[in-house]
Ligand binder design. Structure first.
Ligand code: ADE
Length: 219
């Protein structure tokens, strides 16, 4: 059993797969820590055109995701795992944050991410949603990028995914903040920009002090 599983319901799984197939997300999958699954919303579409959207009652621009395909897609996943929780990315949701990512990483479990597209979704869809998440005060064309951002920021926190076992969860768990200080690698001198000498001193307590003095809270 993976620590965490995401089933992503989308019309555009081709846009998501490449990111999850490389680097840390691939590694998490390869190690059996995370599992990524996809459900093609189109398969649950209505009529000969497998339609998933329609015009809004009361008028207005654009198309809205209809209830029937979305409910059918979610129910198809829940019929196999009733414990799965549903996340919908929406600009009207709670703003995503590092503590929220930590919470999901710690709890683990199975999350269905429903990626809306078009102008929006029928409000009744929210009746089967557990978490409404906004990535920030801007509007994207769909839920695919928010889905990737949520998955990435959660999965990297699970012990065993990043190289140093203490690098993510432990460090940021202490107070819910990520402490970031300037870091340098070779060469010592790059185009006249040199590395602060304290970092080459070998004096670990002084280095720790310097890092703490130069830290900025990033989350
Ligand atoms: N869908 C469109 N815009 C979004 C945003 N800012 N956050 C989450 N989902 C969205």
């Amino acid at each position: 059993m993976p620590k965490i599983k995401f089933t992503i319901i989308t019309l555009f799984q081709d846009a998501l797969r490449p990111y999850l197939d490389v680097s840390m997300m691939w590694k998490a999958k390869d190690k059996g820590i995370a599992e990524f699954d996809f459900v093609d919303l189109r398969e649950f579409g209505l009529g000969p055109h497998k339609s998933v959207d329609d015009t809004p009652y009361g008028g207005g621009d654009g198309m809205l995701l209809r209830c029937e395909p979305v409910f059918a897609a979610i129910e198809s996943v829940k019929s196999k795992d009733p414990s799965a929780k549903v996340i919908i990315p929406t600009p009207a949701g709670d703003t995503w944050s590092q503590p929220m990512a930590e919470n999901f990483a710690t709890k683990g479990g199975h999350y269905i991410i429903l990626c809306p597209h078009y102008e929006g979704y029928d409000e009744r869809i929210l009746s089967i949603v557990d978490y409404k998440i906004s990535l920030g005060k801007y509007v994207l064309t769909g839920g695919e990028l928010p889905a990737l951002i949520m998955v990435d920021s959660i999965v990297r926190l699970i012990p065993g995914v990043l190289g140093g076992e203490t690098s993510a969860l432990v460090e940021s768990f202490s107070d819910g903040d990520n402490i970031e200080y300037p870091q340098y690698t070779k060469p010592y001198d790059f185009r006249g920009m040199t590395v602060p000498d304290i970092l080459l001193s070998g004096n670990h307590s002084e280095i720790k002090k310097w890092r703490s003095e130069h830290s900025q809270k990033s989350a």
